[in-house]
Design a protein around this ligand. Structure first.
Ligand SMILES: [Zn+2]
Length: 173
């Protein structure tokens, strides 16, 4: 059955609200049908964050994999590689040869120093460019900062892989 305008009686399209003849606002078919109070039920259960949500876990923080006793006993040696470069690496290796914790930090420090050595070589080779020596300087500074950060972390008994060496963290177990 054709809908007609309630005011002028002109035929109307099913979906139309305004009459194309007189402009009267007719109730649409849907609105007219919706006499009852129909409200869509919330079908899906609301998803809440699980109560067992895990704390943020830093994959580069390996502190948990070391013996707390080892850490507290060898902190002093673990800090040496970061403070005294290769000399510190050798000293730590001699003074605490059995400590896993010290070995971890020797590895991290060595990675930093090897990267720095490469950066120095590149800088020497490309010293005639302006950019490479500049980048080399920035990198040397970044290594020094990494060593200071790592030394501070060792003092608080942590074992965190320095940001600069994370690309090579697969070398660690
Ligand atoms: Zn009309």
């Amino acid at each position: 059955m054709m809908r007609t305008c309630q005011k002028c009686g002109a035929p109307m399209d099913d979906g139309a609200i305004f009459c194309s003849n007189c402009g009267y606002q007719n109730a649409s078919a849907e609105t007219a049908d919706m006499g009852g109070s129909y409200s869509p039920s919330y079908g899906q259960p609301s998803y809440q964050t699980p109560p067992y949500a895990q704390p943020v876990y830093d994959i580069y923080d390996k502190t948990a994999s070391f013996d707390p006793k080892d850490i507290s006993e060898n902190k002093l040696y673990a800090v040496l590689p970061y403070l005294f470069s290769f000399l510190g690496v050798i000293a730590a290796g001699i003074l605490a040869p059995k400590s896993e914790y010290v070995r971890f930090h020797i590895k991290q420090a060595l990675k930093l120093y090897i990267m720095q050595a490469f950066a120095l070589m590149l800088t020497a080779l490309l010293c005639w460019t302006l950019l490479v020596p500049f980048a080399g300087m920035i990198f040397a500074l970044a290594v020094i900062i990494s060593c200071i950060v790592a030394a501070v972390q060792v003092c608080s008994g942590k074992a965190v892989i320095p940001v600069l060496t994370r690309k090579f963290s697969s070398l660690d177990v």
